[in-house]
Write a protein that binds this ligand. Structure first.
Ligand code: B4P
Length: 195
């Protein structure tokens, strides 16, 4: 079972992917987490992507496709939840080819829908909460980077909605409400494609 979570920054892809992974025994593949881990451990690639991420731009396709390819060839799992990947048409084509090569298919793409004002509130709230708890604030969780992240989403990622709709894989979820309610809806979608 392979499921993609698609949505703007702050839509809750990471939040819901984590829940689904736990309840469904699937593996969450978050390119955002992989890139942040590369930065923290100070790899050459991590150093190269740091500025791009802090500004709120997308990292180049070859880097993120390489990260996903490595996971798909090394991790054994009943299913994957792609969290934040693909984010461009080139990434979507690459994922299709990688799944086909390994004899797997894509079961569902869940488009998480949230209004821009709510996205901004959530992200700035995450920054405030981290600050209050004395934890590090994500370098891209500020108003300037967020503007660019949203622009990148509408320009480069939102065309994937039409791309996957044409393939008959697209499902929509209203992701404006409470985390638990959204999790139930997502779980129902995964159950419906598993049958
Ligand atoms: P990501 O790590 O994917 O970050 P995101 O899109 O901002 O987060 P997400 O939607 O997962 O929101 P979350 O659950 O955290 O990407 C970061 C950067 O990495 C990108 O800008 C880019 O530079 C790079 N990158 C990653 N993948 C890439 C790719 N494929 N190609 C190129 N570049 C790539 O939720 C946000 C906040 O909202 C949290 O505080 C959460 O608690 C809260 N929240 C979630 N759901 C909620 C709800 N229902 N109600 C209230 N609050 C909620």
């Amino acid at each position: 079972m392979n499921v993609i979570l698609l949505g703007p920054p702050g839509a809750g892809k990471g939040t819901q992917a984590q829940r689904l992974a736990t309840s469904r025994n699937m593996v969450q593949l978050s390119t955002g987490d992989m890139l942040r881990a590369a930065r923290t451990s100070g790899t050459e690639m991590g150093k190269r992507v740091a500025d791009v991420m802090d500004k709120g731009e997308l990292v180049t396709d070859d880097i993120v496709i390489g990260l996903i390819e490595e996971q798909l060839t090394t991790v054994k799992a009943d299913g994957f939840i792609f969290d934040g990947f693909p984010r461009t048409l080139a990434q979507a084509d690459a994922l299709g080819a990688l799944l086909e090569k390994s004899g797997q298919r894509l079961d569902a793409v869940v488009a998480m829908e949230v209004d821009d004002e709510v996205l901004v509130k959530r992200i700035l709230n995450r920054a405030e909460e981290a600050k209050a708890a004395g934890q590090p604030v994500r370098a891209d969780d500020n108003e300037d980077s967020l503007k660019l992240r949203l622009m990148e989403y509408y320009k480069k990622t939102s065309p994937l909605i039409g791309y996957y709709h044409a393939k008959g894989a697209l499902r929509h979820v209203d992701a404006m409400g409470e985390i638990d309610g959204i999790a139930k809806e997502m779980s129902a979608i995964v159950s419906s494609v598993a049958d």
